[in-house]
Design a protein around this ligand. Sequence first.
Ligand code: GLC
Length: 549
Amino acid sequence: MADRESAGAGPGREPLWWQKGVIYQVYPRSFQDSNGDGVGDLEGIRRRLGYLEELGVDAVWISPIYPSPMADFGYDVADYEGIDPLFGTLDDFDRLMAEAGARNLKVILDLVPNHTSDQHPWFREARTSRTHPRRDWYIWRDPAPDGGPPNNWLSEFGGSAWEYDENTGQYYYHAFLASQPDLNWRNPEVAQAIHKAMRFWLDRGVAGFRVDVIWHLLKDKDFRDNPPDPDYRPGMNPYRRLLPVHTTDLAEVHTVIAGLRKVVDGYDDRVLIGEIYLPVERLGAYYGANLDGAHLPFNFALLEVAWEARAVADLIARYEKALPPGGWPNWVLGNHDRPRVASRLGPDQARVAQMLLLTLRGTPTLYYGDEIGMTTVPIPADKVQDPWEKNLPGLGLGRDGVRTPMPWDASANGGFSDVTPWLPLDTNFPEINVMQHRVSSHGMYALTHALLSLRRAHPALAVGAYRPVAATGNLLVYGREAQDERLLVALNLGGEPLLAAFDGLAGQILQSTLCDRVDEAVAGELALRANEGVVVALGRGVAFPAEAG
Ligand code: GLC
């Protein structure tokens, strides 16, 4: 059996790029506008690749850029093998790929195989008649005897997941918007069509895919009702009324995922990442029974964990335990669907969280702008764009605030665009912007840059084993180890100074979240200031302190 802790990094097993590398998510509408329409585009991303190279990431995952009516901002695909004119052309894409390659940056695309847009030709054809050959590419059911929806399944974006089609007298299933009909993955033609689209992009050199809502791909073939969730309370997201046991996380879904993996494995060195919102104990299955599933089933647990040392340490332990032998871990602190970390934890703890993300065992994914401490921007009611917020207003589900334009400098519109952007920039952009950050030796950018450099320089951080050391109150301490190198990470998750004392502790600080103390010698005890985390290189032969529990 492979050693769980050194999988992919053991003797004779060179770690793969996506194991030792760091992924950076770009939300293309908000990264850089190059053609003055207020929306970011591929040429804009291309022009900013130098920034990403300098920051020190390895791969760029770009949220969907395919032709789309943009009802869900690209997650409603109308053509899997094209580029939406809003983002540019295939030539722009190829130019972006070429320049990324020259800078040693990989490009990962978003694949949205669970549903299409209702404007996709496949669905337009499917809805023309019950007997059309495309009909069975989607999920159709007769009305219930009372004429209502066939069962109680709910849409994640509010209301029934069934939409009635007048023309053919049947309902179709949509896990998200009614304009995002779900594909029927029980039909082999659907798999063939999506596999073909994957090859289209793999042939163009993409390094892999982040697969949208991969745990949704199959639904119960008997269409049984979902049971009520006993924990649901009024005022919660109404989707939570039911436990989605018959609509998500089906045992058979792993066969579908193995099919996607096979396509990716037809090419050298590509990666398959799955979006999965499930407890960490459920993630193991998504690696596949024979590691033939996703390389990286996204681990979103840090987005919700209580910010206490014991809770975080327990989460790490639960996750490490849940990984199958040879399964490579990964961690995420932010994305285009969840509140910004700097708003959730505050700007000071966001730095500590960044150190956690970049020193845990496993591939980290950074969300654009988190490296300069972007916060969730309040969006006035008349500027709301997100269909989720429009469907279910006032529940705090809206995602616009985490999708605001990247502030590059203090000029008009933050250097993002020549015109008013599609979403407002944070009003603080004259102070919080990339240009300001890049000249500061103590800012969040400096910290992120330094941590990324440390990961490159120290295999213990990039691919080493994880050793729990201590977790009490606000103090979280763990070790990372590879060959003869031992690094100790000590994080103060609170706003009061802390003293961490360990017998025999001796080493040298490599990095503090406050970007000072570099090279400071440490002996016997380690004083942490409020909201400070440090990475310490232990002296030769110094062991990790045993976990106090
Ligand atoms: C995923 C995407 C989200 C989108 C949804 C439906 O969760 O991350 O942005 O709205 O899928 O495609």
